[in-house]
Design a protein around this ligand. Structure first.
Ligand code: NAD
Length: 394
């Protein structure tokens, strides 16, 4: 989890100063011995840290509409290549548009050869959910660090395979939890971490969307489930962040009515669920592929947390860039970040590139994706009979 912008920094500074003081104390009283000065190292301009190369795998709506543009705003990484089903057409067009060499265009069948391409450090899997497992394993086999979209996979068992493969290949695995890098969400995480508003009391979240008939999101074999896998997961994930990383101890769930039977034959159309935390706090969650219009016409997209002594309310909680938040202390404001300019994905990929480059663990690892998948599996189990399912943390 990302550290907070304010308090942890000053703590870190405190620790740093304390450490400096301690080392100064440790040497005081030690006799000082004169040593010959070492020859001066040649002085040159500072070498900027290496920018890491991302290859996007699956050039659909999210990769082309959000990730590729975001990679034009990053400082620690850049778009170095692609893996696509259409290397001759789409692949070459992307190479021209984004200025990477055509040798960095791969098909799904040739992607093994990426292992010999030093331009590519990280492969970002952005395919339908059912293919996250296959391509994460392929990327790890090619010795590349992996970023994988949410939901991490179709089951906890698949998540386990992905985590094990990346460990065995000695590469990192991160999940595309963009909200963790949104400044407004990070402030909520800081409030939760330092219990600024006291204990967690209640949470309430909704996220809805829509599909055309026949889209992969409406097919169980591709999506692994309905809106819980796609949209409800945001409410689940945000709840765990608001609980400072604590996961729910029990869940209950109930599928909603099917109003579009031609589209939703295979996966649920709507799911209502509750997440119960150890201290008794309850999250009421709602997710649906039937848009639930709000004033202003948008689908439902909101998240509110009530703590003992205050609240944090995100009206458009899961927007790509327009997140903002009101709190019991007034609206959150970040000078220099206009609403609509949060650049979550750029921050997310920059952070991952820094982690890979500096060999520090990502704050959104595969284990975090697995944790959400475990909650989702319990939600589906409960939806079958409405009974409460308890969860044990592992
Ligand atoms: P999409 O259908 O627009 O794109 C999927 C891509 O995968 C396409 O380019 C398609 O050609 C490719 N693909 C490769 N093999 C395929 C196969 N066998 N069958 C079908 N397609 C195949 O989907 P999308 O909206 O870009 O979603 C992709 C992933 O990104 C999903 O896992 C989704 O949950 C995730 N996503 C995340 C966010 C977010 O905010 N983090 C937003 C949207 C989507």
């Amino acid at each position: 989890m990302n550290s907070s912008p304010r308090l942890p920094l000053s703590r870190r500074e405190f620790v740093r100063r304390a450490a400096l003081g301690a080392s100064a104390l440790a040497v005081s009283g030690t006799p000082v011995r004169a040593v010959a000065a070492a020859p001066a190292a040649p002085v040159g301009p500072p070498v900027p840290p290496k920018k890491l190369g991302f290859a996007l795998l699956g050039l659909g709506k999210y990769a082309s509409g959000e990730l590729a543009p975001a990679l034009q705003r990053t400082q620690n990484c850049y778009l170095a290549g692609v893996i696509t089903g259409d290397p001759e057409g789409k692949g070459k067009q992307w190479a021209q548009r984004y200025g990477f060499p055509e040798k960095n265009v791969y098909s799904y069948d040739t992607m093994d050869a990426i292992k010999d391409n030093p331009d590519i450090d990280i492969i970002y899997v952005v395919t339908p959910n059912s293919l996250h497992l296959k391509y994460t394993l392929a990327a790890a086999k090619a010795g590349k660090h992996v970023s994988c979209e949410k939901p991490m996979a179709l089951s906890v068992a698949e998540c386990d395979q992905m985590i094990a493969a990346c460990k065995a290949a000695n590469v990192q695995l991160s999940i595309g939890y963009r909200n963790n890098f949104d400044p407004y969400f990070q402030e909520m995480m800081r409030i939760a971490r330092w219990k600024e508003f006291g204990a967690l009391k209640a949470l309430d979240g909704e996220f809805t969307g829509g599909n055309q008939a026949g889209e992969w999101r409406t097919k169980m074999a591709f999506a692994g489930g309905g809106p819980i896998m796609d949209l409800g997961i945001y409410v689940i994930h945000a709840s765990v962040l608001a609980a400072n990383g604590e996961t729910p101890v029990a869940v209950t769930a109930k599928p909603g009515p099917v109003t579009l039977p031609d589209i939703y034959k295979d996966v649920e159309e709507t799911m209502e669920f509750t997440l119960e935390f150890a201290n008794g706090a309850i999250c009421n969650g709602y997710t649906s592929y039937t848009r639930k219009p709000k004033p202003g016409g948008a689908g439902a997209n909101r998240f509110r947390i009530d703590y003992e002594k205050g609240f944090v309310n995100f009206p458009g909680a899961f927007n790509y860039n327009g997140t903002r938040a009101d709190t019991s202390n007034g609206p959150l404001a970040f000078p220099g970040i206009a609403v609509g300019n949060n650049y979550q994905q750029a921050r997310q990929m920059d952070d991952y590139a820094r982690c890979v480059r500096d060999k520090v663990p990502t704050s959104v690892p595969g284990e975090m994706g697995r944790q959400d998948m475990k909650i989702i599996e319990a939600i589906y189990a409960s939806a079958k009979d409405g009974g409460k399912r308890t969860l044990v943390k592992v």
